[in-house]
Design a protein around this ligand. Structure first.
Ligand SMILES: [Zn+2]
Length: 117
């Protein structure tokens, strides 16, 4: 059933769906007119595919945004790892230099002890 307005008397009447696009007689003014073909149904269904397309576009955009965020996160992790490894290397370098110096001092002391005796 769909609500149709009579073009002659402007009265609204309920018309069964199977009469869409067919000529009917208005019960109030007895005039014949054509029931509009199921256009309103098409109109109500038309926006849903369009909105689903925008939804798909939106989700695609979200996917790109999350990929970008993931990339930034990976970059940050790599940067932190690089800095951390550099720091460890630097500390190791300092440590080895210290050890070398101590070894040299010990050798020098030993040499001096040998010379003294
Ligand atoms: Zn009428």
């Amino acid at each position: 059933m769909s609500n149709v307005q009579c073009p002659h008397c402007r009265g609204s009447l309920e018309v069964p769906a199977h009469l869409a696009g067919r000529a009917v007689v208005c019960p109030s003014c007895r005039q014949q007119f054509q029931v509009p073909p199921a256009a309103p149904v098409v109109e109500t269904f038309a926006p849903s595919p369009a909105s689903s397309v925008t939804n798909r576009r939106g989700s695609r955009h979200e996917a790109t945004t999350s990929k970008l965020l993931l990339g930034i996160l990976i970059c940050n992790v790599l940067l932190v790892a690089m800095v951390a490894s550099w720091e460890i290397r630097w500390q190791y370098f300092h440590y080895s230099v210290k050890q070398n110096l101590e070894e040299m001092n010990q050798k020098a002391r030993a040499f001096r002890v040998n010379q003294d005796s």
